[in-house]
Design a protein around this ligand. Structure first.
Ligand code: CTP
Ligand code: CA
Length: 224
């Protein structure tokens, strides 16, 4: 493991990190998914472990290897992620939700492949809302527990981006929101990241750019 910059300042702390992107099955061979690679979440898990924390990584379809020595819980769907993070967060000091959770899932999951012959030239899918996991965790939060959300937004205007982040933070009720701008070629499956961290109330407490691991350490500095 890497030598931690600030020493083992998370020794004895239990940190839960969700990472990756959920997949919501349509039928046995198809799903609705998203482009989250899990890199930033894995970097946070790895940095927290190097700083002495006991880490639970709740992983939804990671494109990168999870760090060795973390407790790994693999999930597929938003509902599975909700169950896993609810359970793991009971004893957690810090919960970091980097996972890209599907906002909707198919209203029904077919047991057999959907056939073109049933649908014709257009196919309409009915989707139902998934629970807001972070908001749920915030409503049940213990004293002293720190909850961190992430928001990847496509808003190009910096001040509108911050405004969006402030509204989202207020809606979620988490202690921090890590905000970054994403686009077709920005933010996903890349080694670096650029973030702004807002704390409850909306103040900007940190801005960082660099490797996902260095950004992870800066985010942990804020949490500590
Ligand atoms: N999140 C969650 N449960 C959901 C959706 C999102 O816990 N059903 C978490 C994500 O893990 C992330 C934070 O909430 O930490 C923000 O996710 P985001 O998708 O940006 O927020 P939404 O409320 O889903 O808003 P939007 O309509 O912009 O997608
Ligand atoms: Ca969403």
């Amino acid at each position: 493991a890497r030598a931690p910059r600030g020493g083992v300042d998370l020794a004895g702390k239990r940190v839960v990190v969700t990472a990756g992107g959920t997949r919501e099955p349509l039928d046995p061979v198809r799903f609705l998914g998203n482009r989250s690679s899990g890199r930033q979440g894995v970097a946070i898990a790895s940095a927290a472990q190097a700083r002495g924390a006991e880490v639970v990584l709740i992983a939804a379809h990671l494109e990168v290897e999870p760090p060795e020595g973390v407790e790994l819980v693999e999930v597929q769907t938003a509902l599975e992620l909700e169950e896993a993070v609810t359970e793991a967060s009971r004893a957690a000091d810090i919960v970091v939700m980097t996972a890209a959770v599907a906002d909707y899932r198919p209203a029904e999951t077919r047991d057999a492949k959907i056939k073109k012959s049933e649908a014709g030239q257009t196919l309409t899918l009915e989707l139902v809302a998934n629970p807001d996991i972070l908001a749920g965790l915030a409503s049940r939060k213990r004293d002293g527990q720190v909850l961190v959300g992430f928001a990847a937004e496509t808003e190009p205007d910096p001040s509108a981006l911050i405004e969006l982040g402030r509204n989202k933070l207020a809606a979620k009720g988490s202690d921090f929101l890590v905000l970054n701008q994403v686009g077709w070629s920005q933010g996903f499956a890349t080694e670096s990241n650029e973030v702004v961290v807002l704390r409850k109330g909306g103040d900007i407490v940190m801005e960082a750019s660099g490797s996902k691991l260095s950004v992870a350490d800066r985010i942990l500095d804020v949490i500590v």
